[in-house]
Design a protein around this ligand. Sequence first.
Ligand code: ADP
Ligand code: ZN
Length: 531
Amino acid sequence: MTEGPGAAESEALATLHRVFGYEAFRGEQEAIIEHVVAGGDALVLMPTGGGKSLCYQIPALVRPGTGIVVSPLIALMQDQVDALRALGVRAGFINSTQDFDERRVVEAEFLAGELDLLYLAPERLRVESTLDLLSRGKISVFAIDEAHCVSQWGHDFRPDYLTLSLLGERWPDVPRIALTATATRATHQEITQRLGLPTARHFVASFDRPNIQYRIVPKADPKRQLLAFLREEHAGDAGIVYCLSRNSVEKTAEFLSSNGVEAVPYHAGLDAGMRAAHQSRFLREEGLVVVATIAFGMGIDKPDVRFVAHLDLPKSIEGYYQETGRAGRDGLPSTAWMAYGLNDVIQQRKLIQSGEGDEAFRRRAAAHLDAMLALCETALCRRGQLLAYFGQDPSADGCGNCDTCLTPPETWDGTIAAQKVLSTVVRLQRERGQKFGAVQIVDILLGKRTGKVIQFDHDQLSVFGIGQDLTEGEWRGVVRQLLAQGLLAVEGEYGTLVLTEASGSVLRRDREVPLRKEPVKPAASRSGSGT
Ligand code: ADP
Ligand code: ZN
């Protein structure tokens, strides 16, 4: 409806109609495009599927010269360029997949002013010959896609992004637009600072994805739980299953295939040809499931991904949000499903402790993990937690489309159970000078005379067998929640359990410990669902 006064704006709208064949701009696209066409710098924070590409493609078409798009997604450049060419846009790319002659052709087109858009990998801009090439042509706009890659503590850090601030120094008159789907307030600041965009206007779209249903279930037998979820709710649908290791990717893909779900693996250990083949099958075919490590998905534009499943805990909410965001780009109902258990917590805590990086890096990684754990353990609306994390105000009475809204979890007073766990850890340490992992602690509580219990005389401890009121699964849930709440910690490469500063208040009975009741049947499903 907005028919702006400026000629530039109507040219933008005309381009939207003529080139892309779309009726109207979405959300903030129009304001962003107008700002950049007029020569302003911009930082665009828009969730995946929000329509970021048009925000630089249209300015590149409207302004004189070639739009330079910096993107780390080399594997997708060919597809992006092909798609643009099919629309009659003069687009090209320069990256390491090309041979000398192919590159020469693109360079000549650029210099002759025959390109509307030129895609470059960030490492190209470290090379003086590329900068020299750019300075001999005319540039309309610089677009820096996946701008969060400049963040050193994000999960997609690319050192080459740190050199991109030179674009503003060398081409002060060319507008720059940085785009990302991942951004907390801290990341916004890091992007503007490191890319040298202090005066860029910020455009922050809503991060809510109302068509995605968020669900997190306690992990029992993850592959079977996944299979049940797929059969009950997503038979024949396309989706992505994320696992942490290549090994579990392979095994899960095999398991699904042998159970009648068409599934292919995708991870960095497969050769490039097979990866490309699986990716293009996923894009082309209906109803294929890709089981992948996080190497898969950045920049994948498949509108009808109906579910994203996590069999392992993501390291941060940013990662979780970005991965789940690949579901339902077409706006239709989709599911973000995750199975999460005690071993996830222990494993991730161990990874942080034994991983590389200095103390500050570890602290940040731990803070990221804590936020992710809080999301998993919350009894409140999951969407509300997610939006609050991204600095947005959630609706007060819940979203009605996440598991905690649909079936509010019950809580129980876990104070005594917590005391039992903590005092077992204390006894072992004080009386025996020993530290053990969760399995041994739970065996002691249950009064199980396992080989390891006998070996260490743990049946002589006063706490032996004091926990027969709960099942093994329930105790693991208690330990997991204590770890998630910071009332217990994991130490060293064996993942032994140790107390934290906060543990004392529980042992002294100064503090109550509300815990979530776990569903009896872990494979949660929507009641009466026939879909
Ligand atoms: P992002 O890069 O933010 O993840 P894309 O730029 O790939 O999102 O856009 C997501 C999808 O939405 C694409 O299929 C794109 O063609 C479509 N789209 C973007 N803007 C519009 C619009 N104004 N009208 C209709 N479809 C649009
Ligand atoms: Zn909710």
